[in-house]
Write a protein that binds this ligand. Structure first.
Ligand code: ADP
Length: 421
């Protein structure tokens, strides 16, 4: 294993894993702190997905260190701490404390911090983070419910989170290329800087950073920075050329879609799947609450469906319908009821022989993955931007596509299966 990654949330971990796969690295995603490093599968990179963005800093540090320990035991030679491209954090952390703890454990006196992801509009110029054409502090992130970002100057943001000296390597240095940037890293370290915010406004800059950071034991940033890492390993002959998903072997079996997202993209996808004739069962939270329908009814219906094609179970509804259900049941109660039901349906479907499953919705995916006891996901081909097929190791092994609500084209539920043929 070459690269051990620790990500502070589940979808960010998938994002990073995909970036590495696209760069030619065989990549596996592990959910939660790995309990047995010996059981980690062979891969060029392992991404540990934590849920540590907004938990107390001590817990985030403890989980990150335990993950680092497992990755070290599995042979990781370089580490990547992945956080959000909008640097989501509070003055108490967790980016600073986790970076600091990993530096200490990995004996790393100097590292860089770069959330830039120009393809999604996140750029860093003179240490200031822009979201599209707005400064971070003028963007919607200023009103984030958990991590309101009101200061766009990352040197000051990070300085408030760590006792280590934070510096800046500005645009003009990065723009001159990898040699200039490596020299700047050495100078910064000699001058006492421990963590350097590095500017980047284009993918070329990210590739430069990847090349200059090849010898750093720890790199921190958004998934954008990972764009330049595979090339460093390839240059050294550490990863083979060839298709990293060539060995991807999804299990055969029945197929199903569970949609618990009410986002606009998922609504279109449900409509398109139904129009394409995919058998569908609508789960209504009101009926679940009254006991009129439940997991048993859904599973009985699923068992009756013949044919090879996928079947669809969805709670997806329009904003008006969702609002009226929430008014009656309460927002959290309605959400929890639907999540629990779909998670139990997922387990029942797997018992019925379903081996290929698409789940729509971030929270819904979390509930399903937890109910199925999934710990390890091998990353396969990308269906639509940001959403790969994965194979969940285990008995039985299941092909899973976990789709954040608003991701994917309207025909996602119809076409995704072609990649498993
Ligand atoms: P997304 O990725 O689109 O945000 P999530 O799964 O993260 O999707 O969140 C959707 C939330 O809405 C979940 O908690 C889900 O249980 C809940 N939900 C789904 N369908 C309904 C519905 N018909 N009425 C009320 N809440 C619903």
């Amino acid at each position: 294993m070459l690269l051990g990654c620790i990500a502070d949330d589940l979808t960010g971990a998938t994002d990073l894993a995909l970036m590495l796969v696209r760069g030619g690295m065989r990549t596996v995603q592990v959910i939660g702190v790995p309990d047995d490093p010996g059981s980690l599968p062979q891969a060029d990179a392992i991404v540990v997905a934590l849920k540590s963005r907004t938990i107390p800093a001590e817990e985030a540090v403890a989980q990150s260190l335990a993950s680092a320990e497992a990755l070290l035991a599995a042979g990781a030679r370089q580490f990547f701490f992945k956080y959000c491209s909008t640097f989501d954090s509070t003055d108490r952390g967790n980016i600073g404390p986790v970076t600091e703890a990993l530096m200490e454990r990995l004996d790393c006196p100097f590292t860089l911090a770069c959330p830039a992801f120009p393809a999604t509009g996140r750029t860093v110029y003179l240490g200031h983070l822009f979201v599209g054409n707005l400064l971070l502090s003028d963007s919607p992130l200023k009103d984030h419910p958990l991590t309101p970002m009101r200061d766009p100057n990352l040197v000051s943001v990070l300085s408030r989170q760590t006792g280590r000296a934070v510096g800046l390597v500005p645009f003009d240095v990065v723009d001159r290329g990898a040699d200039a940037l490596s020299a700047a890293f050495r100078e910064a370290e000699e001058a006492g800087t421990a963590i350097a915010i590095v500017d980047a406004v284009s993918d070329r800059h990210l590739h430069t950073i990847g090349e200059a950071a090849a010898d750093l034991p720890l790199i921190t940033g958004g998934s954008g920075v990972a764009i330049g890492l595979p090339e460093s390993f390839r240059r050294r002959g550490q990863i083979a050329s060839g298709d990293p998903v060539a060995g991807f072997a999804p299990p055969g079996g029945r197929a199903a879609i569970l949609a618990g997202s009410c986002s606009a993209a998922t609504q279109e996808q449900v409509a398109e799947a139904r129009a394409a004739g995919i058998p569908a069962f609508r789960v209504d939270p009101q009926d679940l609450a009254s006991g009129q329908t439940g997991v048993a009814e859904v599973l009985a219906w699923a068992a009756e469906q013949g044919g090879e094609g996928p079947l669809l179970v969805y709670s997806t509804a329009t904003p008006e319908t969702v609002r009226s259900v929430q008014d009656r049941l309460g927002r959290d109660a309605a959400g929890a009821l639907v999540e629990k039901t779909l998670a139990e349906v997922a387990c029942g479907l797997v018992e019925q022989g379903v081996r290929r499953l698409i789940v729509a919705g971030g929270e819904t995916s979390g509930a399903v993955v937890q109910a199925l006891g999934v710990r390890v996901l091998e990353i396969g081909p990308e269906i639509d931007p940001g959403v790969p097929w994965t194979v969940a190791a285990g008995a039985p092994s299941v092909a899973l596509a976990l789709k954040s609500g608003n991701f994917g084209a309207p025909d996602f539920f119809v076409k995704a299966w072609d990649l498993l043929a």
